[in-house]
Design a binder for this molecule. Structure first.
Ligand SMILES: Nc1nc2c(ncn2[C@@H]2O[C@H](COP(=O)(O)OP(=O)(O)OP(=O)(O)O)[C@@H](O)[C@H]2O)c(=O)[nH]1
Ligand SMILES: [Mg+2]
Length: 484
């Protein structure tokens, strides 16, 4: 593992004077010691069953000792019951000794009842014992500076915390696993070896025993690096594609059964359902995972809106406007027709090319002989009739726009994409300069070629954070919250 603080000593020096002020937390963290003892609540804010307090640094165990009754002796990596001093309750503690911990220094994690006042009291006792409040992202920053993770993995951790859908979670998982980081490390290795051979020709031009790389061999090496970059770019997807899932909007008159269908497809009671018309006033959007035509899981955003009603006034007017906006940004509109309200068949204004499916709801309430309005499918959320068919219809209409949740395809954040493309451009410059002389015995234009290769190398090395400007590191860690 690379110790980023020692490979890039400027991380600390220039972060303190970062004039752009990007990543205030980096500035603050960089000026503070790596071994300071820090404390924070790492669980989500609010009340919960369990709350997690994390303490990291040289004095982590002393801090724990000062807030517990009796002498604490905790075997490493084992949940041990302890007795807190104030309030006098039992809690669970785990100890991860340096250097085999998340941050690289001693870590103590305390599991206590997740009551905000209790968590705050433990923090105060920790401050009293000499710990300070961790900066946002400081635990992960320590993990990065001690070389336990690279910058792309830190981004994966931030993306995991922020994930709101299965595809985002799967993409974050790949980053956290270090797939992009190890790709860049391996290309950095290859490219720096090639560059050393080119530079040998420049620096030791008078020495007979130092032979610069042959043009043909350099061409093979550069083309190989270029191909790998192109392959990675073409076999990855943009982070933006998983951030904006295709939107399937449920539209219909009040009480048509939109929220009931929304809940049924989600598999949970997310929307309030009532026999009274006008129950839903907000836009509710939740990701759902369904099986794509190729059998793989795919994700889309299901949207429930207020019933469309011409007579709307006051607060209802706002709900109607919000509903119209949701329709305007839909990738598919599912128009629910309630056969128990025969005079409420809606005509809606759709943007050009937005597919519309006409679905009759509450089919369980209609006698088989009754004639239904013009429709694509009849369903009942009460009996489940037509629901599988509906999902098939949706997936066939949405086609390629659904977001696959497959775990082997890397999703690149804008920084990654930019860096990889820049790197490929520099390699292509080097190839172009080399091409006219590739069959000659001696390498020509060595400085130009080496310059382009150095630029490519800088870009690639910045991916994992081995040679990254501080503002990039600052931006990555500025997305974190306290306790992570
Ligand atoms: N029998 C039967 N009742 C249904 C079906 N779907 C919905 N309902 C009932 O229809 C009523 C209205 O359902 P909702 O899902 O709240 O309707 P909505 O379209 O969301 O209504 P608004 O939010 O007011 O626009 C509720 O009493 C549901 O139980 C169905 O398939 N069969
Ligand atoms: Mg509703």
């Amino acid at each position: 593992m690379i110790d980023h603080a020692s490979t890039n000593p400027n991380i600390f020096a220039s972060a303190r004077t970062n004039p752009a002020g990007i990543g205030r937390s980096l500035d603050a963290m960089a000026s503070l010691g790596h071994n300071d003892t820090i404390i924070a609540v790492s669980s989500s804010p609010g009340q919960s069953n369990r709350g997690l307090v994390r303490i990291a640094g040289t004095d982590a165990m002393n801090v724990l000792q000062s807030i517990t009754i009796g002498t604490v002796s905790i075997p490493p990596r084992t949940l041990t019951s302890i007795q807190l001093k104030s309030p006098s309750i039992r809690a669970l503690a785990a100890y991860f000794p340096a250097p085999h911990s998340y941050t690289g220094n001693d870590i103590v994690e305390l599991l206590v009842p997740g009551h905000p006042a209790l968590l705050e009291s433990i923090l105060q006792q920790g401050f009293h014992a000499g710990a300070r409040l961790a900066e946002p992202g400081e635990f992960t920053f320590r993990s990065f500076t001690s070389g336990k993770i690279d910058l792309t993995q830190a981004e994966g951790i931030a993306a995991t915390i922020a994930a709101t859908s299965d595809s985002q979670l799967a993409a974050a998982e790949l980053l956290r696993a270090g797939k992009l980081g190890s790709f860049s490390t391996s290309l950095v290795d290859t490219l720096s070896t090639l560059l050393a051979l080119v530079e040998a020709g420049i620096d030791f031009v008078d020495q007979d025993d130092v032979v610069a790389i042959k043009p043909a061999d350099l061409m093979i090496g550069l083309k190989c690096v270029f191909k790998e970059l192109q392959q990675l770019l073409s076999q990855s997807r943009s982070w933006g594609t998983i951030e904006s899932l295709p939107r399937v909007v449920l539209v219909g008159p009040p009480s048509a059964g939109k929220s009931t269908l929304f809940n049924r497809l989600l598999g949970k009671d997310r929307a309030v359902i009532s026999a009274l018309p006008g129950t839903t006033r907000d836009i509710l959007a939740e990701p759902i995972t369904i099986t794509n035509t190729d059998g793989r899981p795919a994700e889309l955003m299901l949207v429930d809106i207020a019933g469309l009603d011409d007579l709307a006034t006051g607060i209802d007017h706002d709900a109607q406007q919000a509903a119209q906006q949701a329709i305007a940004t839909a990738d598919i509109v599912i128009l629910l027709i309630d056969p128990t309200q025969p005079d409420r068949d809606l005509s809606i204004d759709l943007p050009l090319n937005t597919p519309l499916m006409r679905i009759v709801t509450k089919s369980d309430l209609m006698p088989e002989s009754s004639s239904l309005p013009n429709h694509d499918l009849a369903i009942s959320t009460t009996t489940g009739i037509g629901l599988d068919e509906l999902l098939k219809h949706i997936i066939s209409r949405i086609g390629d726009r659904s977001v696959s949740v497959q775990t082997d395809m890397l999703a690149l954040q804008p920084r990654h994409e930019y860096t990889l493309r820049e790197s490929a451009t520099h390699i292509s410059d080097a190839i172009e300069t080399l091409a006219p002389h590739q069959n000659e015995k001696q390498l020509r234009n060595m400085e130009l070629i080496a310059g382009a290769m150095r630029n490519a190398l800088d870009e690639l090395a910045s991916l994992g954070g081995q040679m990254t400007p501080d503002d990039v590191i600052g931006k990555v860690f500025a997305t974190f919250c306290v306790g992570k």
